[in-house]
Design a protein around this ligand. Structure first.
Ligand SMILES: [Zn+2]
Length: 154
């Protein structure tokens, strides 16, 4: 074993050793990892924001179309089609509910983006403790930790 170690040292010329060392100092630092994580969350949040805004616009368009057709139907006799009226009312109520949840989700996304800017991303709004990474990966817009969110919903 001692022989092998000796040959290994001998086979490495001194010049090469210095070169490897100088290259090692210029290697990227390990501390760069958290900010790249943040960058990843920011991208996820921006994509989610775009998606939610598109969804809201679509709901707005549909609601506008529905109330227009409702106004038109008040002039003509709608009694022949009570099922249509019922389904349209249902559709509009559903859109309202979806719109509300989309808006609140959009608020959360905007909050999380603000927290990235302020450097408080990943910290619970209520108790100030760090939010678990698994939770952030599943929903990067989470602004509360699991236990605070649970208390809120109870
Ligand atoms: Zn909390």
């Amino acid at each position: 074993m001692a022989v092998r170690a000796a040959t290994k040292t001998k086979s490495k010329p001194k010049k090469r050793a210095t070169r490897t060392r100088s290259r090692a100092t210029s290697a990227p630092k390990k501390s760069a990892r958290p900010s790249s994580d943040l960058q990843k969350y920011r991208e996820l949040l921006l994509a989610e924001k775009a998606r939610l805004e598109a969804e809201l616009r679509e709901i707005d368009n549909r609601t506008a179309r529905l109330s227009e057709s409702e106004r038109a139907s008040e002039l003509s006799s709608y009694e022949d089609h009570p099922a249509d009226l019922a389904s349209e009312t249902f559709e509009r109520e559903k859109d309202l509910a979806i719109g509300e949840s989309v808006e609140s989700l959009l608020n959360q996304v905007n909050n999380a983006l603000e927290k990235i800017e302020r450097g408080t991303f990943g910290i619970c709004d209520a108790c100030g403790r760090p939010i678990k990474k698994a939770r952030l990966q599943a929903m990067p817009f989470a602004t509360l930790c699991v236990s605070c969110q649970g208390q809120l919903e109870r």
